[in-house]
Design a binder for this molecule. Structure first.
Ligand SMILES: C[S@@+](CC[C@H](N)C(=O)[O-])C[C@H]1O[C@@H](n2cnc3c(N)ncnc32)[C@H](O)[C@@H]1O
Length: 186
């Protein structure tokens, strides 16, 4: 045991550190993989669901994560999640929903009819965002995406220039970090 200059015993750092470091690494890796500090709050999820409203077209959710937005979307929503662990969690949490373990870009390419898209896929610091944006552009041109709702942590318009109408419809302060909500329609 070491004694510091003020005479107080140092905590048992050698035993505590590896655990704390492992936890911190897990937290940081989780943040990096979901592209956020944590999952969306119920307040943000409600705002997104309100924008979807009583959509008469099919609803497809891209990047469902652990289901924080999924829970607020209409029952027939099809949710897409690429990460296998999160996909399994979603399947267990929403046994009556259609959940697909796939890539959002593939799903966008395969849409057959006009669809409402909810996207939680990060746009800033996501090297793959260009492929997602290109997939949305192709689907809008093909007439298979008629509305898209998404959110950002910065006042940047991620799908600007693709849809006829593009609007920031709200700013949800009760989210970590606070989020801008975007609504696009043809
Ligand atoms: C920021 S999290 C959002 C989770 C949740 N929907 C929320 O709002 O809290 C983004 C999710 O998108 C998933 N994701 C990222 N790129 C994807 C892609 N190309 N196809 C499908 N899922 C993707 C990640 O695995 C992650 O679970």
């Amino acid at each position: 045991m070491s004694i510091n200059p003020v005479g107080v015993s140092a905590p048992a750092l050698s035993a505590a550190s590896p655990k704390a470091v492992t936890r911190l690494a897990g937290f940081l890796s989780s943040c990096a993989s979901i592209g956020a500090i944590c999952e969306s709050s119920p307040w943000l999820a409600r705002r997104i669901a309100e924008a979807v409203g009583g959509a008469s077209s099919p609803v497809v959710e891209l990047g469902a994560g652990y289901g924080s937005v999924t829970a607020y979307l209409p029952e027939p929503t099809v949710s897409i999640e690429r990460d296998t662990r999160r996909y399994q969690h979603l399947k267990a949490t929403f046994p009556n929903r259609m959940i697909l373990n796939s890539c959002a870009v593939i799903i966008l390419n395969e849409l057959q009819k006009p669809t409402v898209i909810v996207s939680s896929i990060p746009n800033v610091n996501n090297l793959e965002f260009g492929a997602l944006r290109a997939g949305v552009t192709r689907a809008v041109e093909a007439g298979t995406v008629k509305q898209l709702i998404s959110y950002t942590y910065f006042p940047v318009n991620p799908f600007g220039g693709i849809f006829a109408k593009s609007e920031m419809i709200g700013f949800e302060i009760l989210n970590l970090p606070p989020a801008f909500v975007w609504n696009y329609s043809c």
